[in-house]
Ligand binder design. Structure first.
Ligand SMILES: NC(=O)c1ccc[n+]([C@@H]2O[C@H](COP(=O)([O-])OP(=O)(O)OC[C@H]3O[C@@H](n4cnc5c(N)ncnc54)[C@H](O)[C@@H]3O)[C@@H](O)[C@H]2O)c1
Length: 385
């Protein structure tokens, strides 16, 4: 029987988890074919734990070996597109970790390479497997909410103290990570946002860089989104608040939906507010509203679910839950927030200026004064992502 022979690139926090899930047999139809890491110390850890698994200190050597028919890219962000492009050239199927890359210009090239290769391309947007977001998306698509007036997502439970920023040489610098809270922690929510509500048309944002930590990248962000149809959005995130909040609130013609504290509530107007407004004659009249608790699970199959879905797509032609090509959407929002915060201008998403963003990013890299001396260490992989 055909099997997915997976090569894992990067045996750090996330790669370790992917390897251990595959080795534990949690992904039927997928076997671990090889592991690659540029760190000899990390490769020694693989050899010790899984002596039977071939290891490589260079991704291209692993691609050439013929041992794999697919790879997972779990290395720092800038390297996602070049490693994926090379893998496609070798005829391999690819899952990339989030974010798709650091800047849209780079990710467009990766998407082109994926298309040209005809290979399967997935992205590790594990939160798409969570039933609560699937349910919300289904309700939006079915029209249960009517017109959406306002979306507010406060996602500040990504607390990361200084010790986290210091835990690896690549973290929290323009040159090696390409951003902070937006590019590392928030790709999941920015993806879910566009997956559920569609892409905003314009973004204005303010961000603080190194407000809470000794870092040069953003650790606190407030963004304002506009849609051509009148919907507005606020996106608030921080890695400096604890205890944080994860509250998604949707104000709509049919009432209000709130997802917070493992509860999904729909405060449902019996008629739409616009309809009510037409017929109501009382100065303070409101439509009757019912409190509905939507019965839904909050836990998804997450990383294992994405790997299973990828396997099912390769072996049985099933549709991918998270197509790699869609990674550019959340990244465009992230880049637009950065761009607006840097320039003070509103950014048009439909004609996002890829080159201008890249130029300004290069300036940040050039002017960076950060010298990271910390030895790369692998922190506990029980992080909640
Ligand atoms: N989906 C999720 O829930 C989730 C969670 C954590 C991290 N991530 C993502 O996974 C990626 C890796 O993050 P991490 O926390 O595991 O980082 P990490 O620093 O712990 O591990 C990265 C590993 O990649 C290796 N590496 C670096 N460049 C390489 C290259 N060119 N070829 C081969 N190996 C290379 C390093 O030696 C290191 O062992 C990032 O994109 C991160 O955003 C995703």
């Amino acid at each position: 029987m055909y099997k997915v022979k997976m090569g894992v690139i990067g045996y750090g926090n996330m790669g370790t988890q992917h390897v251990s899930n595959i080795m534990a047999g949690k992904v039927p139809g997928m076997e671990l074919a090889a592991v690659c890491d540029i760190s000899e110390r990390r490769l020694d850890a693989v050899k010790k734990k899984y002596p039977q698994i071939p290891v490589f200190n260079n991704a291209e050597d692993m691609y050439k070996s013929g041992l794999c028919n697919a790879v997972i890219i779990a290395v720092p962000h800038y390297d996602h597109p070049p490693l994926a492009i090379k893998a496609f050239e070798y005829g391999l199927n690819v899952i990339t970790e989030k974010p798709a890359g650091v800047y849209t210009k780079q990710v467009k090239e990766m998407n082109e390479a994926a298309k040209k290769s005809g290979k399967l391309f997935g992205i590790m947007y594990n939160q798409r497997t969570r039933p609560v977001y699937q349910k919300l998306r289904e309700m939006i698509r079915r029209g249960d909410f009517g017109h959406i007036k306002r979306i507010t997502w406060i996602i500040t439970d990504w607390y990361r103290p200084q010790a986290y920023h210091d835990s690896s040489t690549w973290r929290s610098t323009w040159k090696t990570e390409g951003g902070g809270a937006l590019i590392n922690q928030n790709p999941h929510q920015l993806d879910l946002w566009q997956w559920m509500f569609g892409m905003p048309d314009r973004i204005f944002a303010k961000a603080s860089f190194g407000k809470y930590y000794d870092i040069e990248v953003e650790d606190d962000v407030m963004a304002y989104f506009e849609y051509d149809n009148g919907t507005t959005g606020e996106y608030i995130t921080s890695t400096g608040e604890t205890p944080g909040t994860n509250r998604l609130e949707i104000a709509c013609d049919m009432g209000k939906a709130v997802i917070e504290n493992n509860t999904f509530m729909f405060y449902r107007n019996i008629i739409s507010e616009r309809e009510h407004n037409k017929i109501n004659k009382e100065p303070f009249g409101k439509p009757e509203c019912w409190e509905c608790k939507i019965p839904v699970d909050f836990n998804g199959t997450d990383h294992v679910g994405i790997l299973r879905n990828f396997t099912d797509a390769l072996l049985n032609g099933r549709e991918l839950l998270a197509r790699g090509e869609e990674g550019i959407n959340g990244l465009t929002i992230s880049n637009a927030i950065h761009l607006s915060a840097w320039t003070g201008e509103t950014v048009d998403i439909k004609s996002f200026p890829d080159d201008k963003f890249y130029e300004l990013l290069c300036e940040k890299i050039k002017n960076s004064k950060v010298v990271k001396k910390v030895q790369q260490i692998v922190v506990d992989n029980s992080n909640t992502y």
